[in-house]
Design a protein around this ligand. Structure first.
Ligand code: NAD
Ligand code: UGA
Length: 477
């Protein structure tokens, strides 16, 4: 133990990638390991400038509690920089925390796009002048460690690089809590002496705040694959409950009551059984697609089809919700004013990557609706950019996209006029701010009948009905 403490004292750790994972992870590390120096580097200068901003409201991402930690450790043992080369050279441990999206077209469609990951590894290899421990923090396909080994051996055959897999399980919106009190930390490594030494060094960094029994060590491939499987299992639970929500709507059973009853079985558990408009975000779908791709690649079609079912139910759920809205207007929403509440893929984040809101709003607009879109944290700029990319990918020309965008306003919800002549309110993100809106006053200015489509099951429907609203809730007849 003494030996490791000494090592920790002189340790410099670098994270390449200053995004939703790289920064919260290194910030929490820095908070718990004051003797270690942490440098977060990125090719995006604008982002790094924002991470260095004195005004904490200008940080590039919104994650509850992150600003306080940054305020505490930035400039002490946590630094942000675009000087990637210098920081790699001086660090003994390098985390690769870059984005690994899905490939969208071509022969490798739906596999993991490892171009950032590989570029990053090549750059690390080129500028390294001493042995290093390389940690895969990005989510990558099983056997990606072999790609890293090959890159390092080819570019710097005289240096030793130990590869570790240390996937991240944080969820946005609760990242700081998840990092402080994780269910587990997973570290995969080879079993030779140098790899075990590297693994134990990382274990000792984590041991500054994580109980040893929560640190699981495995081989490299198990660690890489466990990350994909964890996200697939979470997605599967959401699709399972969403599939039953459709059955509830036609039978009169109530999905919330079912989730409670089923989840009370300790073998099943109650988490991730919240029926909704479908899961969004940058990872569940991408990691599922990757698992499906890998299963097909290894000739396991039945396995691929099984997981494909989870994705299909997710699309089905979102489509069902759109159809429900259209049905209430007899299929005609042309020139209907509709208020969309919520753009982020879940509450407590400003992230809208792959948010179900995008397809739902885009569909309503293409059918002629006029929308006012509101979110508590997602900027107007990002909403416009999400919709523009969505329509462009669907093949709409720029003129049509501009025409669609002209049908949107972005007024605030605390101004009752925002709801003037609105035919419907559609809740797409479970922000607590939407629970306390003055629905009495809002009803008075809406056109009649006034609909509420609660895609997140956050509102009290009997109260709303007593005001006069016509309500639709997922999973309830
Ligand atoms: P992100 O897009 O927020 O951040 C990635 C950053 O990497 C960007 O700032 C980008 O500029 C930078 N980058 C890309 N290539 C680079 C290079 N060659 N050199 C330097 N910087 C480079 O992505 P994220 O959400 O933080 O996700 C990162 C990885 O972590 C992904 O593999 C993701 O699957 C995984 N993950 C994400 C979450 C999450 O909640 N977002 C949770 C667990 C795991
Ligand atoms: C998810 C996993 O929860 C993390 O463990 C993982 O590290 C991360 O992906 C990743 O690899 O990026 P995240 O996508 O941030 O985290 O958010 P979740 O809380 O998992 O929610 C994902 C989506 O599922 C959201 O749209 C959410 O609204 C939806 N959801 C979640 C439901 O519809 N019902 C639920 O019961 C839970």
């Amino acid at each position: 133990m003494g030996k490791f403490n000494l090592l920790l004292k002189n340790l410099k750790i670098c994270s390449v990638g200053a995004g939703y994972v790289g920064v919260p992870t290194m910030a929490v590390f820095a908070d718990y390991c004051p003797d270690v120096e942490f440098n977060v580097v990125d090719i995006n200068k604008e982002k790094i400038d924002k991470w260095n901003s004195d005004d904490l409201s200008k940080l590039p991402i919104y994650e509850p509690g992150l600003d306080d930690i940054i305020n505490k450790v930035r400039g002490k043992n946590l630094f942000f920089s675009t000087e990637i080369e210098n920081n790699i050279r001086k660090s003994q441990i390098i985390f690769i925390s870059v984005n690994t999206p899905s490939v969208v077209t071509g022969k490798f469609e739906n596999s993991s796009d490892l171009s950032n990951f590989k570029k990053c590894a090549e750059f690390i290899a080129k500028c390294s002048e001493s042995d290093k421990i390389i940690v895969e923090k990005s989510t990558v396909p099983v056997k990606s460690a072999d790609i890293l080994k090959k890159i390092f051996k080819t570019i710097k055959p005289d240096l030793k690089f130990q590869i570790l897999s240390n996937p991240e399980f944080l969820a946005e919106g609760s990242a700081i809590d998840n990092l402080r009190f994780p269910d587990r930390v997973l570290i995969g490594s080879d079993k030779d002496t140098s790899s075990i030494f590297a693994r134990d060094l990382l274990v000792n960094v984590y041991k500054n705040w994580i109980p040893k029994q929560k640190i699981i060590t495995t081989n490299l491939y198990s660690s890489e694959l466990s990350k994909l499987v964890s996200n697939a299992f979470l997605a599967q639970r959401i699709s399972s409950i969403n599939s039953i929500s459709a059955l509830c709507e036609v039978t009169g059973a109530d999905i919330s009551e079912i989730a409670k009853a089923v989840g009370a079985d300790s073998r099943i558990g109650g988490k991730y059984l919240k029926s909704s408009i479908g899961f969004g975000g940058s990872c569940l779908k991408k990691d599922l697609l990757n698992l499906i791709y890998l299963s097909n690649y290894y000739g396991l079609k039945e396995v691929a089809d099984y997981w494909l079912g989870v994705l299909k139910i997710n699309q089905f759920q979102s489509k069902r919700f759109i159809n429900k809205i259209l049905k209430c207007f007899n299929g005609n929403v042309n020139n209907k004013h509709i208020n969309i509440l919520g753009w982020a893929f879940k509450q407590n984040t400003d992230d809208s990557r792959d948010s179900p809101s995008i397809a739902i709003a885009a569909h309503l607009i293409t059918k002629g609706a006029i929308l006012n879109i509101h979110d508590v944290k997602v900027s107007k700029f990002n909403i416009i950019s999400d919709l523009s990319s969505f329509w462009k990918n669907k093949g709409f020309c720029s003129e049509k996209v501009s025409e669609f965008l002209d049908r949107i306003t972005f007024k605030k919800t605390n101004d009752i006029d925002t709801f003037n002549n609105s035919s419907a309110i559609v809740i797409l993100t479970e922000w607590k701010e939407y629970k306390v809106l003055n629905f009495n006053k809002i009803y008075a200015v809406m056109s009649k009948p006034s609909f509420i489509f609660d895609g997140r099951k956050i509102l009290n429907k009997s109260k709303l009905k007593s005001i006069g609203y016509k309500c639709f809730e997922i999973g309830k007849n």
